[in-house]
Unconditional design. Structure first.
Lengths: 227, 445
C-alpha cells in the first residue's frame, strides 16, 4: 500500500505518481490522506490500480479515468468521474453536480445522493446512485445506463438520446422527449448486473425504465414547442 | 385624353430601404416554410472592418526597412505563461477549429498539410481528433467543446495545445447543429450518436459554469496533461474586455477572440447577423484587459473573424494581437466557392461566392460534405499546397507592410502605425481618423 499525504506533498506529485503506473506495476494500491476537498484528485489515470481517498474531494475527482478503481471515503464535489472511459469510481457519500458528465465508459457508483445534472451528456458510462438524483439529470444523455435506487428530480432525461434510465422511486417530472418505456427481459439483465456490481440489494423488478421517444431526433418546426 | 396622360411625368418605383428585396424574399421564404434560415459562414452584412484602417508607413519621423533585404521576423510563440511546451509557429496565422463532420476527411487533411508546410498550427473541432488530422498536422490544437464529442484523454495527450471553446464569433451564446445528412457512419461513431439524426452541440459546458469553475477545469486539464501544453480559451466577441480578463483570471495561456465575421458550419442566419460584435471592435478592449492585468504578450491574444489578407494580419497585430486564425479564408484557399463549380452552384439555387448551405452536405467543392463522391473531388495534397501558398502570401504581405512601417518583426507593429478612414473604425480601433490626431472617445478634445 502506497500512502500519499496530499496536504504535505501536493496535487502534482500525486497525479504524476498515479499517472506513471502501467499495467505491469506492482504498486497497485494507493491511499490518499488529507484530501481536504482538493480538486482534480486522481485524474487521467490509465492503469489497473486502486486508489482510496480518505476523505471528501473537490471538483473532478477521477476525471477521465481509464482502468483504475478510485474510491472516495467521503463525498465528492462537482464533476466526479467526468468523461470517464473505463474503470470504476465509487463514492461512499454524496456527489455534487454533473456526476459522471460525458462519461464514455466504466462504472460510477454513488452510495449517497447525487445532485443535479447527474449523467449529463453521458456517452456510454454506467452510473448507479443508491440514493436520489437532482433535476436535469441525464440531460442530452447519449449512451450508457443511469440507475437510480431512490427518486429523480425534475426534467429527468431532457432531450435524451439513446441512454437508458432506470428509476426505482418517483420521478418528479420527465424532460422533453423522455418517456416511460417497457422493461423487457434484457433490461432486467442489465439492471441486475449493474446493481450487483454497485453493491445494491435493490431488486430489478422494482425499477421503471425511461428512454427517448426519439421524436426530437430530427428538427421539426411543428415540434418546436417542446423546447 | 389618353395621349396627355402618357406625357405626365410619373413617380419612379421606389424600393424600400427597410423592406428590401432580400428582406422580402426572406419573409416569403419564412411564410412558406415556417422555419428560420440556417446557413454556414459568418456575418455577411457590412460592418466596420480592417478595410477601414490604413497604415501610415515610414516618413521623416520613421525610416523603413529594405524590402527583400532587411529581415522582418514572423515567428510567434503561444503559451508561454504556464505550459512546459509552448507552441512555436513560423508565422502568426493559424488555422481555426473546424470539425471533421462539418468538413470532409480530405478537407481536414488538406488543412493539416497546408498549415504544416507553412509552419503553423491547425485545430480540431466538434467531434474529436481523427488519426489523419493528427498525422498530417505538425502542430495540432485540440478543441475542448461543450459537446465533448470524441473527447478522450489519449487524444488530449496527443495535442500540442488545448483550446477550451466557450463560444465563437458567429454565434456567441449558441451551440451547434450538424444536420442528419452529414452524420455518416464514421461521424456518428465518433460522436456516439445514431446515424442520420440531427446532432446538437451544446451551447455551454456540461460540468462547469462561470470563471471560478473554469479555473478548476483548467487545473484538471493541466493535471491530466502534466502541464505540458498551452491551454487556450476561445470566446465569441461580445464583451471582450471582461471575457479576456476572466480568461486570464481562470488561468488561460492564450485568449482566442472571434469576431462576428468568423464562420460556423451551420447556424441560424438571424444569429450570425445579429449576435456578437465585429472583429475590429474587439481587439483593443481585449488588449486593454491584458495590459491592465500586466500580462500583454505573456498571455497571447489570437484574433479571428474575417481575416483575409496580409494587411488584415498586420492590422490585427498592430492593434495588439499576437497572432490571428483563419477559417473561411482557408476554405476558400482549398477551393470553396470556386467559380469552376458555378453550374453546380446554380443547380443548388446559388452562385459562386454566395454558397453557404454548408449544413446540407452537398458542397460541389467537396469540402463541407460527408458524401464520399463529393469529398473525393478534393485532392488533399493539391488543396494543402494551395493553402500553404496562401498562408505564405499573407505572411509576405504582412512583412511588406511591417517593413514599410520600419519594423523588423510583425510583433513590433503598433497602433501608432495606423489611422482610420471612418469615425466608426476610429472609435473601435482607437486610432486617429486619417489626417487628424483624434478618435471618438479620446480624452482632451
Amino acid at each position: 500500500m502506497q500512502t500519499y499525504d496530499l496536504e504535505e506533498n501536493g496535487l502534482r506529485g500525486l497525479n504524476a505518481a498515479l499517472q506513471a503506473q502501467n499495467a505491469e506495476t506492482n504498486r497497485t494500491r494507493w491511499e490518499v490522506v488529507n484530501p481536504k476537498g482538493s480538486h482534480a484528485i486522481a485524474v487521467g489515470l490509465d492503469a489497473p490500480i486502486e486508489v482510496t481517498v480518505k476523505g471528501s474531494t473537490g471538483y473532478y475527482c477521477g476525471g477521465m479515468n481509464q482502468q483504475a478503481t478510485v474510491r472516495v471515503e467521503g463525498s465528492a464535489g462537482p464533476g466526479v468521474a467526468e468523461n470517464m472511459m473505463s474503470g470504476q469510481v465509487i463514492i461512499n457519500g454524496d456527489a455534487s453536480q454533473y456526476a459522471g458528465a460525458t462519461g464514455h465508459g466504466g462504472l460510477l457508483v454513488i452510495k449517497g445522493n447525487a445532485s443535479s445534472r447527474c449523467g449529463i451528456s453521458m456517452k456510454g458510462i454506467d452510473i448507479v446512485v443508491h440514493g436520489n438524483i437532482g433535476h436535469m439529470s441525464a440531460f442530452m444523455a447519449q449512451a450508457g445506463n443511469l440507475v437510480v435506487c431512490g427518486d429523480a428530480g425534475d426534467a429527468l432525461g431532457d432531450s435524451l438520446y439513446e441512454a437508458r434510465l432506470f428509476v426505482r422511486g418517483s420521478v418528479k417530472s420527465l424532460g422533453a422527449d423522455c418517456i416511460k418505456k417497457e422493461m423487457r427481459p434484457e433490461h432486467l439483465e442489465i439492471l441486475k448486473d449493474l446493481l450487483e456490481r454497485a453493491g445494491s440489494d435493490a431488486k430489478p423488478e422494482e425499477f421503471k425504465r425511461y428512454g427517448s421517444a426519439r421524436q426530437l431526433y430530427n428538427f421539426d418546426v411543428d415540434k418546436s414547442a417542446a423546447y | 385624353m389618353k395621349d396627355m396622360d402618357d406625357q405626365i411625368p410619373r413617380t419612379l418605383p421606389i424600393q424600400s430601404a427597410t423592406f428590401t428585396n432580400p428582406i422580402n424574399a426572406e419573409i416569403r421564404r419564412a411564410a412558406a416554410t415556417g422555419i428560420y434560415d440556417i446557413r454556414g459562414g459568418g456575418a455577411k452584412r457590412r460592418v466596420p472592418h480592417f478595410d477601414d484602417l490604413l497604415f501610415l508607413g515610414a516618413s521623416v519621423s520613421r525610416y523603413p526597412l529594405e524590402g527583400y533585404r532587411e529581415r522582418c521576423d514572423t515567428s510567434v510563440t503561444l503559451g508561454t505563461r504556464f505550459a512546459k511546451k509552448p507552441i512555436q509557429l513560423d508565422i502568426p496565422v493559424t488555422i481555426a477549429g473546424m470539425s471533421f463532420g462539418a468538413l470532409s476527411g480530405p478537407a481536414k487533411e488538406a488543412l493539416g498539410r497546408g498549415a504544416s508546410a507553412a509552419g503553423t498550427s491547425t485545430t480540431t473541432g466538434d467531434g474529436g481528433m481523427t488519426p489523419e488530422e493528427r498525422g498530417h498536422s505538425s502542430k495540432l490544437v485540440y478543441q475542448y467543446l461543450p459537446s465533448r464529442y470524441g473527447m478522450n484523454p489519449n487524444d488530449l495527450r496527443k495535442a500540442d495545445a488545448i483550446e477550451i471553446v466557450v463560444g465563437q464569433g458567429a454565434k456567441p451564446g449558441g451551440g451547434g447543429m450538424l444536420l442528419g445528412q452529414k452524420i455518416s457512419d464514421r461521424v456518428a461513431e465518433m460522436r456516439t450518436l445514431p446515424k442520420g439524426i440531427d446532432q446538437r452541440s451544446a451551447c455551454r459546458h456540461p460540468d462547469w459554469t462561470g470563471p471560478d469553475d473554469l479555473e478548476i477545469k483548467i487545473l484538471e486539464l493541466r493535471e491530466i496533461t502534466d502541464w505540458q501544453v498551452p491551454i487556450y480559451i476561445k470566446v465569441g466577441a461580445t464583451r471582450p474586455y471582461y471575457d479576456t480578463a476572466l480568461a486570464v483570471k481562470a488561468g488561460a495561456d492564450v485568449v482566442v477572440m472571434d469576431g462576428m465575421q468568423g464562420g460556423t458550419a451551420a447556424t441560424q442566419d438571424v444569429f450570425i447577423e445579429h449576435v456578437g460584435i465585429p472583429t475590429l471592435s474587439c481587439i483593443r478592449p481585449a488588449v486593454q484587459a491584458l495590459q491592465d492585468l500586466g500580462v500583454h504578450r505573456e498571455v497571447q491574444l489570437v484574433i479571428s473573424g474575417g481575416i483575409r489578407t496580409g494587411a488584415d494580419v498586420a492590422k490585427a497585430m498592430a492593434l495588439g494581437a499576437d497572432a490571428v486564425a483563419i477559417g473561411t479564408a482557408a476554405l476558400v484557399a482549398l477551393g470553396d466557392n470556386d467559380p469552376k463549380w458555378e453550374s453546380e452552384y446554380q443547380k443548388l439555387g446559388t452562385t459562386t461566392g454566395a454558397y453557404d448551405d454548408w449544413h446540407e452536405g452537398l458542397d460541389p467543392a467537396g469540402i463541407t460534405t460527408q458524401d464520399p463522391d463529393l469529398a473525393a473531388r478534393l485532392d488533399p495534397i493539391e488543396a494543402g499546397r494551395r493553402l500553404r501558398n496562401y498562408l505564405k502570401v499573407m505572411t509576405l504581405e504582412a512583412q511588406t507592410i511591417a517593413r514599410a512601417c520600419g519594423h523588423n518583426h510583425l510583433h513590433n507593429l503598433e497602433p501608432e502605425d495606423l489611422c482610420a478612414l471612418t469615425m466608426e473604425a476610429a472609435a473601435m480601433a482607437r486610432v486617429p481618423l486619417a489626417g487628424t490626431s483624434w478618435y471618438p472617445g479620446k480624452e482632451g478634445f
